[in-house]
Design a binder for this molecule. Structure first.
Ligand SMILES: CC(C)(COP(=O)(O)OP(=O)(O)OC[C@H]1O[C@@H](n2cnc3c(N)ncnc32)[C@H](O)[C@@H]1OP(=O)(O)O)[C@@H](O)C(=O)NCCC(=O)NCCS
Length: 151
């Protein structure tokens, strides 16, 4: 089979609808239908408005395949700056071909080359085994546990 042609670049204006649709679909699949669908739109608008929001888009043979979205943050206690992987996703028909590693590698490289950034952090749900394995294979380690009590 012929090798696909891959293009990885910073999100352009025209990629926004693709990113928004994919992230919305993934969030709904993971968390269920939102009680107020406009909440997702508001959430995306909020993150787009952040000055240190960086999105890389991957195209495969000129088709939108997925994205990784980074946002800068800082630890208020320790005072260090870090980037967070806000979300990474691939279109369903582009999954299982290792493309997520290309996106995550780009995210890591970007953070390494960005001044005083010392860490890349992310949150992943326990049930999301594929994503958890992806992150573990890059060397991410669990550093805290988020817990909840059902009431
Ligand atoms: C998470 C996601 C980006 C991974 O992309 P993918 O195309 O499915 O995964 P890849 O083919 O690139 O595989 C990369 C690595 O992830 C892990 N992985 C991916 N799918 C897996 C699965 N079903 N089971 C176990 N490990 C899996 C493996 O470590 C794999 O490396 P390997 O093939 O060398 O073993 C993709 O499944 C996705 O878009 N999911 C929906 C959105 C989402 O959950 N995002 C993460 C939010 S935290």
């Amino acid at each position: 089979m012929e090798e696909p042609n891959l293009d990885l670049f910073l999100q352009r204006e025209k990629d926004i609808p693709f990113v928004n649709r994919l992230i919305s679909t993934c969030l709904i699949e993971e968390y269920g239908d939102p009680s107020a669908p406009e909440n997702i739109t508001n959430l995306l608008d909020y993150y787009y408005s952040k000055p240190d929001s960086v999105i890389f888009v991957l195209e495969v043979d000129s088709f939108f395949a997925g994205f990784v979205w980074l946002i800068e943050s800082s630890d208020v206690v320790v005072g260090n700056k870090f980037y967070c992987v806000l979300y990474i996703a691939l279109e369903k028909h582009f999954r299982g071909r290792g493309f997520s590693k290309i996106l995550l590698e780009k995210a890591v490289e970007y953070c390494r080359n960005t001044g005083d950034i010392q860490e890349l952090r992310l949150t992943v749900r326990k049930e999301n085994e594929g994503a958890f394995n992806l992150y573990s294979s890059f060397g991410f380690k669990t550093y805290k546990h988020e817990m909840k009590l059902k009431l």
